[in-house]
Design a protein around this ligand. Structure first.
Ligand SMILES: Cc1cc2nc3c(=O)[nH]c(=O)nc-3n(C[C@H](O)[C@H](O)[C@H](O)COP(=O)(O)OP(=O)(O)OC[C@H]3O[C@@H](n4cnc5c(N)ncnc54)[C@H](O)[C@@H]3O)c2cc1C
Length: 394
């Protein structure tokens, strides 16, 4: 969003701030992707942070020599994580984004007629003309009810912070049957651990997590015309290939000899510094360590911060609790959303890189006066100023 606003929206740098609690930009992406053991992205090269679809391909051509992994994986030219990250680094460096990074967590957003006040974990309050909530899927991992929070030797693959697994071979249960679980299991096996991959469903093999038809009019036309928010939610749920893996990861699993154990864990208990897992079949399994790869919570992202904003600014929500926004992704005349928060408008790809690209395009389009002219229900006649990604007054 920030790159697009600077490069194509011609927003002056002085009025833009990126509020992010991590010490560096893209920190969460780097940490989760590295931890998962992924070597290539699942999405094609055209889904990248550059100003046009081909910038990553051009960058990769320049850089192909000296990279450890093959730069693209067929089919669909999926970039290696290494080249994708190197490309992001270059874009961030060239745009000088690090200088716009304000390291803090947003704890409160108060929407007013003339400005939005953004309260930070540092105690500061930023006064912004416009805010984009680009908080992704919210980062809240889904913890099964039987897994005790904060116990030793128990981790979540998509949880905050990092976890280190000792180099000495351990027995590790990876719980989950999706891409994160399979890639992590393969990585731990490469690191010589004794891995049991426990999946409650048979492996589901799909190239993408969402049919590419959702990126264009094929499916989006009907979705955008759908007036019922519940029907939109159902379409999103139906269309996501949740817990699925692409064929190349499936092939690597087959080659590795790592056969998933089809079972459902119903309880776990600490026994002499190890974990005893109880399966629904009545069987038990004892391991040194457990890694949950059970995905993210389906709740609306943003926790208490967004809950308060909804209540205080009386923002419209669908029965599923997610924002009802206009085509320019405005939830409030001064507050726009992207990522999961925009999915009732952008459809099932909202959570992916393609969704981030489309969110940025919608915001840019609205700045240029392009696109559908449906006015936001909460719009007032006073000036709306320029959009700012959680930042100082424009
Ligand atoms: C292992 C893995 C592999 C993936 N592979 C692919 C792939 O191949 N292709 C694809 O398209 N997508 C993939 N994804 C999804 C991809 O990560 C997302 O599409 C992308 O990160 C979305 O970007 P985002 O900026 O919207 O959200 P995020 O990357 O989630 O960033 C949200 C940011 O908001 C910050 N934040 C949250 N709350 C607050 C707050 N209150 N105050 C301040 N900051 C806050 C967070 O710290 C975080 O940095 C993958 C995800 C994972 C975990």
């Amino acid at each position: 969003m920030a790159l697009r606003l600077l490069e194509r929206g011609r927003i002056p740098r002085e009025v833009l701030r990126i509020v992010e609690p991590s010490p560096t930009l893209l920190c969460q992406w780097r940490s989760l992707s590295a931890r998962s053991g992924m070597q290539h992205l699942r999405s094609p090269t055209v889904h990248n942070l550059g100003s046009s679809a081909c910038t990553l391909t051009e960058f990769a051509r320049e850089r192909a020599e000296g990279l450890e992994e093959p730069v693209f994986l067929e089919p669909y030219d999926r970039p290696s994580l290494q080249v994708f990250n190197a490309h992001c680094d270059r874009l961030i460096r060239r745009a000088g984004l690090a200088a716009l990074h304000h390291q803090a967590e947003v704890q409160g957003v108060v929407a007013g007629l003339d400005e939005v006040r953004v309260a930070l974990s540092t105690g500061e309050v930023l006064h912004a003309s416009n805010v984009v909530l680009a908080i992704g899927a919210g980062g809240a991992p889904h913890w099964p009810s039987w897994a005790p929070l904060g116990a030793p030797g128990l981790h979540h693959a998509t949880g905050p912070g990092s976890f280190a697994i000792s180099e000495g071979a351990e027995s590790i249960a990876v719980i989950g049957g999706g891409l994160t679980a399979c890639q992590l299991a393969l990585k731990l096996q490469r690191e010589k651990h004794q891995v049991t991959l426990i999946s409650r469903h048979a492996l589901r093999v799909h190239q993408f997590d969402t049919d590419p038809g959702w990126l264009g009019p094929k499916y989006m036309q009907a979705f955008s015309m759908e007036q019922s928010w519940s029907a939109r939610r159902e379409a999103i749920t139906r269309s996501r290939n949740r817990g699925s893996i692409p064929p190349d990861v499936h092939a690597r699993l087959e080659e590795s000899g790592l056969r998933p154990l089809h079972a459902e864990v119903v309880a776990m208990r600490r026994v002499a510094s190890r974990w005893r897992l109880s399966l629904v079949s009545g069987a038990h399994l004892t391991v040194d360590r457990v890694v949950l790869a059970t995905g993210l919570s389906p709740r609306r992202p943003g926790g208490a911060m967004v809950d308060r904003l909804v209540q205080e600014a009386r923002l419209p929500t669908a029965p599923c609790g997610f924002p009802i926004v206009d085509p320019a992704l405005r939830w409030h005349p001064r507050i726009r959303v992207s990522g999961a928060l925009a999915e009732l408008e952008l459809g099932p790809s909202a959570r992916n890189i393609a969704g981030a690209q489309r969110a940025a395009d919608r915001v840019l389009g609205s700045l240029r006066g392009e696109g559908p002219a449906r006015r936001h229900p909460q719009s007032r006649t006073r000036g709306e100023g320029r959009p700012v990604t959680s930042g100082h007054r424009a």
